[in-house]
Design a binder for this molecule. Structure first.
Ligand SMILES: *Cc1c(COP(=O)(O)O)cnc(C)c1O
Length: 399
């Protein structure tokens, strides 16, 4: 008989930097007496982020949702936007808050990201953009989406909330670059539940430098100076405590991703013989990571990327003997709190299901995945032995 964990194992736990270093940073903020409104810590943070992404076109916000709303507002996205139902509710909420009609299309069965063929089939004369999501940090079909967007003169925006630290192969330069350089604009969430965070926070990276000023206006009420307001902005400013947290954790990113990789390997090892547990997405992430390490370029360039191991998604299929929901509930009795992420499917929430301002296409894959998906605990402080024990519990519970 396997014993439950003494303490609850949650699906995620925020990474914390060294407390003394945070306190030293707080002391500096105290002596500055500058808490928000583009303070010195934020300015330093944005510089560091520019280095991280390899572009000067980065803007920080108080959270990812407002960052995405501002992207849509600043880029004047209107009419219809084609997006995915297999995402966090904020993706679609941001469209609706901008008076844009979300058009939901199906996902790719393997990667859970938006299906480019479905996108193409849903384009109408009212379509202005594609809003795709790098679900669990797996890159979307970047090349295909870029081609479709170009051909139909659509903006291409990525919800990269899960994808901080992911790098992708760029066939044009023959090298890897940040996933934030894909498309016209990307939003990263720096919420505490993400692998890299600033307590709460959000970022936009974008290709056209003209948006920098616009996004800066929009996050600060549109103010140019005391007497001039340039546009109808909102309040989405990142404060100094957030920027401090972001600054302190940024150098730890390689260490964080490395630990997650080790934990992911342990999950793959521990679950590979369990019938009915499909861990193809994490297997693929590890395989692609290996290929990049060994510079094996023969792989289709679309999927040559360095993963961030942000999540451990598995699919629970009939062969397992328990349903996904039964496994989810049973795990709780062992003090393991997995998450059905994303379930219910966004389009099942009343505000979308019955809305005349929403367009639903065939969502077969999205429904299947939403009904099978379970994300398992992963965070920096989780031990290898904990992962082995979680796998043991999953093997033990098999019906
Ligand atoms: C977390 C998340 C968001 C929202 O980001 P916040 O920073 O929490 O506002 C948006 N989209 C996806 C896919 C997310 O996971």
């Amino acid at each position: 008989m396997i014993k439950p964990f003494d303490e609850p194992i949650l699906v995620t736990r925020p990474y914390l930097p060294d407390l003394e270093r945070y306190q030293a940073g707080i002391s500096e903020i105290w002596s500055n007496r500058w808490l928000t409104n583009n303070g010195p810590v934020l300015q330093r943070y944005e510089k560091n982020l520019q280095n991280h992404f390899g572009t000067p076109n980065v803007c920080a916000f108080n959270n990812g949702t407002l960052a995405l709303q501002i992207a849509l507002q600043g880029m004047k996205i209107e009419g219809e936007v084609i997006t995915t139902p297999f995402t966090f509710v904020a993706t679609a909420h941001c469209l609706v808050w901008n008076n844009v009609k979300p058009v939901f299309v199906d996902i790719d069965r393997q990667t859970y990201t938006i299906d480019p063929d479905a996108v193409e089939a849903a384009i109408t004369s009212r379509t202005s953009a594609i809003l795709a999501v790098h679900v669990f940090g797996t890159p979307c079909h970047l090349t295909r989406l870029q081609q479709i967007a170009q051909h139909h003169h659509l903006a291409l925006i990525y919800d990269a909330a899960h994808a901080f630290g992911v790098r992708v192969y760029n066939p044009a330069s023959g090298s890897m670059h940040s996933i934030g350089l894909a498309g016209d604009c990307s939003m990263f969430s720096l919420h505490s539940t993400k692998l890299y965070h600033s307590i709460e926070g959000g970022l936009l990276t974008f290709n056209d430098a003209k948006y920098k000023k616009i996004f800066e206006y929009l996050r600060n009420f549109g103010f140019e100076n005391e007497t001039e307001v340039m546009m109808v902005g909102t309040n989405a400013k990142m404060n100094e405590m957030q920027a401090l947290m972001g600054n302190l954790i940024l150098p730890d990113l390689p260490k964080i991703i490395d630990k997650r990789k080790t934990l992911t390997q342990a999950y793959v090892e521990g679950l590979k013989t369990v019938k009915g547990i499909d861990s193809h997405l994490i297997c693929q992430a590890l395989a692609v990571d290996q290929q990049v390490q060994h510079r094996e370029n023969h792989f289709s360039s679309q999927f040559l990327y360095t993963p961030n191991f942000a999540y451990v998604p598995i699919e629970v299929t009939a062969e397992y003997g328990l349903t996904r929901d039964q496994l989810y509930e049973k795990l709780k009795t062992f003090n393991v709190f997995a998450r059905r992420y994303f379930y219910p499917l966004l389009t099942e929430f009343l505000c979308y299901k019955e809305s005349p301002h929403v367009d639903l296409h065939v969502l077969t894959n999205a429904h299947v995945v939403a009904n099978r998906i379970l994300t398992l605990p992963i965070y920096f402080d989780l031990n290898l032995d904990d992962v082995r024990r979680i796998c043991e519990i999953i093997r033990f519970l098999k019906g």
